[in-house]
Design a protein around this ligand. Structure first.
Ligand code: ADP
Ligand code: MG
Length: 237
């Protein structure tokens, strides 16, 4: 414990919450299946980044997480890789409809980046991911969602449109990620985020990532996360 505390201090890592799982040092420590280890190696990821060392074991344990770290620190993989494990752990994957993993991001560019990162890990398992954001034909997106997927990566506005059109149901969703939560608030997406969260079962796993934690984001986090572990890397505003 002393060793973990000193290691965290040396890297400007702060972790708070009850019974926090120990950080990992390697991807092997995470106990991933061989297919996933191969997908990770294929990306050229040799070892987890600082935030990944802390967040991966916590997310994999099923806990809610607030992750705060600057851009470029590798936050995406710390929610995408455990999402693949979460989906593969579902019994009778094919029986129900609608996404299991739902990721909200502020802009189409970010949603697309997350989509590309997700595909790299989902492919090995035949898990289907759909990207849902403005600028694409609503009809095409409707059809794609109707065909079915296990993961949706979306901007909040377009996801609400698709839910209203009944292109998908959130009945099966158990893994929710709010990425770049501060930017989603800056762009005025708070009502859409609240509406989406309200349509997902309360016993879901919820992960919130942000570069900063303004009061409004803090308030939302307190309302929608259960007993979260907070991981902060570096000095953030
Ligand atoms: P953030 O969301 O924190 O801004 P990203 O998840 O976009 O950061 O990651 C930033 C870059 O680091 C990406 O190009 C990603 O492919 C790369 N990356 C992520 N994890 C690792 C890793 N473990 N080893 C090497 N590169 C990584
Ligand atoms: Mg990011």
């Amino acid at each position: 414990e002393q060793e973990v505390a000193e290691y965290r201090k040396s890297l400007a890592i702060r972790v708070s919450g009850f019974d926090v799982p120990r950080p990992v040092k390697t991807f092997e420590d995470c106990g991933f299946a061989p297919e996933l280890m191969r997908a990770i190696a294929k990306q050229g990821y040799e070892k987890p980044t600082t935030i990944q060392c802390q967040a991966l074991p916590i997310v994999l344990s099923g806990r809610d997480v607030i992750g705060i770290a600057k851009t470029g620190s590798g936050k995406t993989a710390s929610f995408v890789i455990p999402m693949i494990v979460h989906i593969m752990d579902q019994p009778e994957l094919q029986k129900e409809e609608g996404p299991i993993g739902v990721i909200c991001a502020p802009t189409r560019e970010l949603a697309h980046q997350i989509f590309l990162e997700t595909k790299k890990f989902a492919k090995a398992y035949g898990i289907r991911a759909s990207a849902v954001y403005g600028g694409m034909s609503k009809l095409d997106q409707f059809k794609e969602l109707k065909a079915g997927c296990e993961i949706v990566i979306a901007t909040p506005g377009r996801l609400i449109d698709m839910l209203k059109m009944k292109a998908l149901t959130m009945m099966r969703a158990t893994y929710l990620v709010l990425d770049e939560a501060d930017r989603m608030f800056d762009l005025g997406f708070e009502p859409q985020i609240r509406s989406i969260v309200g349509q997902i079962r309360p016993d879901r796993q919820t992960l919130l990532f942000s570069a900063t934690m303004p009061h409004k984001v803090e308030k939302l986090a307190r309302e929608i996360l259960s007993d979260p572990v907070r991981v902060t890397v570096g000095e953030v505003g």
